[in-house]
Structures are given as structure tokens and as C-alpha cells.
Design a protein around this ligand. Structure first.
Ligand SMILES: Cc1cc2nc3c(=O)[nH]c(=O)nc-3n(C[C@H](O)[C@H](O)[C@H](O)COP(=O)(O)O)c2cc1C
Length: 339
């Protein structure tokens, strides 16, 4: 296998933590990150993560078993903290000896972190602020993913470049921190590694890989799109806090605006409470993303994509994407060392 000494040295802590050759995670993408893409990423030396999304414990059980048939390399599972059966899902991961669980979609309940660790697995968390990141890392989380606003899917308000400057100087020496959002080339990977990141997480760059089961029309929409086409959703009603989603603009974007109005009215009429209202919004996204990824409905479905979609130009096997990222990172580090 080709070696990338400079990049590998900077990735050493992240690779050791993940048990993978390269500290490159493919972030979980609902409907996209299933057995085929996850095993392909891990087989190519990266770290694949199954997107559990709204799966039941039985479905997750099957997905993990099937992924294990396709790879003997480590991979992780991403669980959404607001899933009503979070603890059962954690037990399914424990039963299979999944080594890494990523908790996404909100502040992880303390008992969930404890339950994952009781199974002997490592816990990766997201944190929107430095104070919360410190708290989570001190109270049991094993690693942090900082994800900037350029990313695809549900996003926070701050750019990756700012998060990296705020979080890495404070945390990178003592903790494992992965940087996500807007990374499409190895040059960018090299930059975050040099700033102290233990590794990186990419989603958009891998969504249309050959091994991805995404519909050909979903992939075509990605290949055509420019960075500016990946827009954030707007919040229609201030009483209904919705987490913004970055996706390629289409009719589905407008449907989300209508959905928010509908849910806000149900709130007004006292027909649903806030938790139920937010769950309805999340179900909307899960359904809309499924329509785009699986059915190829690129007009009415949700084409979640990050701004790095402009760097995704054609379908390529995962192994080639990872090799290119590593080559680019190595070349960037070599150039800098010459100065
Ligand atoms: C189509 C799509 C679906 C996603 N679904 C999820 C998800 O279910 N859970 C999650 O934690 N992140 C999800 N993400 C975010 C990715 O895991 C990853 O962090 C993000 O894509 C990284 O930024 P990038 O898109 O700029 O590479 C999704 C992203 C995309 C593009």
C-alpha cells in the first residue's frame, strides 16, 4: 500500500483511536451510509459509520450484521439522541461489539454515554460550544467532532474555520478532535491536521461514490451543483426552533417552509407539544431525504449536501477518493516543509 508518511504521522492519534489506517471518517448520512458505503470506506482504510437515523433496533441489528459480512475492518454507528429507543439501539451496538458510537442530533443524555462505555465502546460527540465540548469530554466522551456550517445535512451556525480556531488550540493537545464541514480536498485535510486535529470527517465528498446506493439522479444533481446551490433552510416561525438543514435548492426546500407553517399551526391550536412538533419536523426530513436518495425524486425530495458539493464532479470508487485525499494532503505538507 502507498505510504503517506507526513499525513500519517499527523493522523497517528486519530488512526489509533479509530483502529483504521487513515483518520478519515465518512460521516453518517441517513439512507446513504448503509452497509455498502460503510464497508467500502472501512475496506479502503477510512472509517465508515452506519447512519441509524430513524431505524428500529431490529433494522439496526440487521444493518450491523450485514456490514460485518462485507468488512472485517472497524466501523462505527451514528445514533440520534432524540430517538425514542436510544437505549435499545445502544444495546444492539453492544451486542455486536461495535467499537465506536457517534451520538448526534443534540446534547447526549449522560446515561447514554455511560451505557455505551459499559459495553466497552468509545463515544464520539458533537458540541456547538467550547464550554459544552469541555464538559462532555471531561464527563466521559472519548472524542469530539466539530462540524461547521459548510456541511451538508443538519448544521450549526458557525463556519468550520472559526470552530477550528476556537476549539483546536484549547482541546487538541489533550483530546481527540475530528474536524468536519466543507472538506473536499487533501489540502484542507493537511491544514486542519497541522492545526492539531486528530483527523477529519467528510460526508458530501463520499455521498456519490461508486459504492453509494444513492439514486443515479441524486448523484447527477450533486455533479451539476455549485457550492452556492447548497443552501440552508429558513426558519419560518420564531416559536418553532428548527435546526437548519443545508441542501441543494429545489421544490422540496419550499415544501419544508409549508411544513413548518403546518406544524406551527398545530402548536398554536394546542394539538401537539413542542417535542412532538420537532419530531414531526425531523420525520419530514427523513422522508424527504429518502425520496431523493432512494427514489431519485430530485425535485420534491431533500438533496442534503454541503458546500463542498462543488468539488464532487463524477462517480469514483471510495478507494480512489481516499487515495487522492491522502496524496493531496501529503503533497501539501511536502510543499510547506520546503519553505
Ligand atoms: C445527505 C447527508 C445526510 C446526512 N445525514 C446525517 C445523519 O443522519 N446524521 C449525522 O450525524 N450527520 C449527517 N450528515 C452530516 C455528515 O455526517 C457529515 O458530518 C457532513 O456531511 C460533513 O460535512 P461535509 O458534507 O461538508 O463533508 C449528513 C450529511 C449529508 C450530506
Amino acid at each position: 500500500m502507498t505510504s503517506y508518511p507526513k499525513t500519517s504521522a499527523l493522523m497517528a492519534r486519530g488512526s489509533e483511536f479509530l483502529g483504521s489506517e487513515y483518520a478519515i471518517l465518512c460521516g453518517a448520512m441517513s439512507w446513504v451510509s448503509e452497509r455498502n458505503l460503510v464497508s467500502a470506506i472501512s475496506n479502503a482504510g477510512g472509517f465508515g459509520v452506519i447512519a441509524c437515523g430513524a431505524m428500529t433496533p431490529d433494522l439496526l441489528d440487521t444493518e450491523i450484521s450485514e456490514t460485518k459480512k462485507l468488512t472485517d475492518k472497524p466501523f462505527g454507528v451514528n445514533l440520534i439522541t432524540m430517538h425514542p429507543q436510544l437505549m435499545e439501539l445502544i444495546d444492539v451496538c453492544g451486542k455486536h461489539g461495535v467499537g465506536h458510537v457517534v451520538l448526534a442530533g443534540g446534547i447526549p443524555p449522560k446515561d447514554s454515554v455511560e451505557a455505551i462505555k459499559a459495553h466497552g465502546a468509545r463515544v464520539l460527540v458533537f458540541a456547538p460550544t467550547l464550554a459544552l465540548a469541555k464538559k462532555l469530554l471531561r464527563s466521559g466522551a472519548d472524542a469530539l467532532v466539530i462540524e461547521g456550517n459548510e456541511a451538508g445535512g443538519h448544521i450549526g451556525p458557525v463556519a468550520t474555520s472559526i470552530l477550528a480556531q476556537e476549539f483546536l488550540p484549547e482541546l487538541a493537545e489533550d483530546f481527540i478532535v475530528f474536524v468536519a464541514g466543507g472538506i473536499g480536498t487533501g489540502d484542507m485535510i493537511a491544514a486542519y491536521l497541522e492545526m492539531g486535529a486528530a483527523g477529519v470527517q467528510l460526508g458530501t465528498r463520499f455521498a456519490c461514490a461508486t459504492e453509494s446506493i444513492a439514486h443515479p439522479d441524486f448523484k447527477k444533481a450533486f455533479f451539476r451543483a455549485k457550492a452556492r446551490d447548497a443552501e440552508t433552510s429558513v426558519q419560518v416561525d420564531p416559536r418553532l426552533p428548527v435546526i437548519p438543514v443545508r441542501a441543494l435548492k429545489n421544490k422540496g426546500t419550499e415544501a419544508f417552509t409549508a411544513k413548518q407553517r403546518e406544524v406551527a399551526q398545530l402548536l398554536d391550536e394546542g394539538k401537539v407539544d413542542m417535542a412532538e412538533a420537532q419530531l414531526q419536523i425531523e420525520h419530514f426530513w427523513a422522508g424527504a431525504l429518502r425520496r431523493a436518495v432512494i427514489d431519485g425524486d430530485v425535485e420534491g425530495g431533500s438533496l442534503m449536501a454541503g458546500q463542498s458539493v462543488s468539488l464532487v464532479k463524477e462517480e469514483e470508487p471510495v478507494a480512489e477518493i481516499i487515495a487522492r485525499l491522502m496524496e493531496e494532503s501529503e503533497a501539501a505538507l511536502t510543499r510547506r516543509n520546503r519553505l
